[in-house]
Ligand binder design. Structure first.
Ligand code: PLP
Ligand code: TYF
Length: 394
């Protein structure tokens, strides 16, 4: 049997980490995988997470199975965090999932059950796992334009022109905030047009929100997701807790499925529970319980929000410093887009050869499409990166 297996394509983001670790150069800079790092390059456990874990260890008196849908405290708290009452709670079904990836996988499985021939529209570019999972499930994918290579901002006209060709019953995958890999995001006014266009097409939105709190703030980053949820009769939302709670390896996420009327929520919820059972029975619990504890305890929640805000403002500061340094070196404003992008990433628009030159000559590791993780920078490395970008001719 196993002799029939072929080599599978490696994840280009994850394999970059392996190459970085093997590089002996002391001044190397890791701008690859999307993990938050402080100025020392360390990814700390957040204070509120540590405290919730301490309390959990002290108080948890059983490890018996949780519900198929996961911990209800977590689900209710996450529905609140993401949607904040944008739709009637009775229309929202939810399951805990292994990370945001698990939520996307379950969303696609749900679509496959309900509408197997629906086409899934994905931004070009997008997080590579989107296309990979859609293809793996044998579903049909189509790209919509998203990034303007010239301005390195959103190609809004291209995006809307493509979304106008979406067929009724198709699914449009949207990044709720902090677009990965580009860092370019629609304004609130542009979101209104996107919503109107997708709605006129009769399509169903699937929102992937993996960086709430990393862009403009917790509520600001959820505003588009809330507007989408409020505007459509049906909507799917895949949310990740990996980044904003810093619990990457705990595999914590949620899939919400919003039905057009509360009377349908029972069947929708039952189907989500069924999908959890088919794939792994019960979702991971530890991270979900920690998140539930933090969000429902006012003091823990306040401390979490304060630390998340420090992280967010730190990344914004790095963006500004890098844009300023590039402005100084080039005597132009053509890299100002870095300060306008939001989230962990910016695609700077360098060619694969230029990205490779920066790796070979300057030990700077960014993804081949010229996506860099802003959190991988600090005051010492910003001038090195800016000089390398200019030297590479990007
Ligand atoms: N969606 C996007 C756009 C992402 O960048 C990520 C990666 O962090 C995820 C979803 C899912 O992440 P995880 O499965 O680690 O929660
Ligand atoms: O885009 C990133 O870097 C993060 C982390 O298979 C990640 O989303 C990367 C690849 C992957 C899972 C997570």
């Amino acid at each position: 049997m196993l002799e029939h297996l072929k080599e599978q394509p490696a994840d280009k983001i994850l394999s970059l980490t392996t190459a970085y670790r093997a590089d002996p150069r002391p001044n190397k800079v890791d701008l690859g995988v999307g993990v938050y790092k402080d100025a020392e390059g360390h990814t700390p456990v957040m204070r509120a997470v540590k405290e919730a874990e301490r309390r959990l260890v002290a108080s948890q008196d059983t490890k018996v199975y949780t519900a198929l849908s996961g911990d209800q405290v977590f689900i209710d708290a996450m529905v609140d965090l993401v949607l904040d009452g944008a739709v009637a709670r009775g229309r929202v079904a939810g399951i805990a999932t292994p990370g945001g990836t698990g939520a996307i996988r379950q969303a696609l499985e749900l679509i496959k059950l309900a509408a197997p021939s629906a086409k899934i529209w994905v931004s070009n570019p997008s997080w590579p796992n989107h296309a990979s999972i859609i293809n793996y499930l044998g579903m049909t994918r189509q790209d919509y334009r998203y990034f303007d290579e010239e301005t390195r901002g959103l190609d809004f006209d291209g995006m809307i022109a493509d979304l106008k060709t979406v067929a009724a019953g198709d699914v449009v995958l949207l990044h709720g905030c902090c677009h990965n890999p580009t860092g370019a995001n629609p304004t609130a006014d542009q979101w209104a047009v996107i919503i109107e266009t997708v709605k006129a097409a009769g399509a169903v939105p699937l929102v992937d929100i993996a960086y709430q709190g990393f862009g403009d703030g917790l509520d600001e980053d959820a505003a588009a997701t809330r507007a989408v949820a409020a505007a459509f009769p049906e909507c799917l939302i895949a949310a990740s807790c990996s980044k904003n709670f810093g619990i990457y390896r705990e595999r914590t996420g949620i899939l919400m499925a919003i039905s057009d009327e509360a009377a349908r929520t029972g069947i929708t919820q039952g189907t989500l529970n069924f999908l959890n059972r088919q794939n792994y029975s019960f979702p991971p619990d530890h991270g979900a319980r920690v998140v539930g504890m933090i969000l429902t305890d006012p003091a823990l929640r306040a401390d979490w929000q304060a630390e998340l805000e420090e992280v967010r403002l730190g990344m914004l500061g790095l963006r500004k410093q890098l844009a300023d340094e590039l402005r100084r070196l080039t005597n132009s404003d053509r890299f100002d887009f870095i300060a306008h992008h939001r989230g962990m990433f910016s695609r700077i628009g360098a060619s694969p050869a230029q990205v490779e030159a920066m790796r070979a000559d300057d030990a700077i590791y960014m993804v081949g499409d010229s996506r860099m993780n802003i959190a991988g920078l600090n005051a010492r490395t910003i001038p090195l990166l800016a000089a390398a970008i200019v030297k590479a001719g990007a």
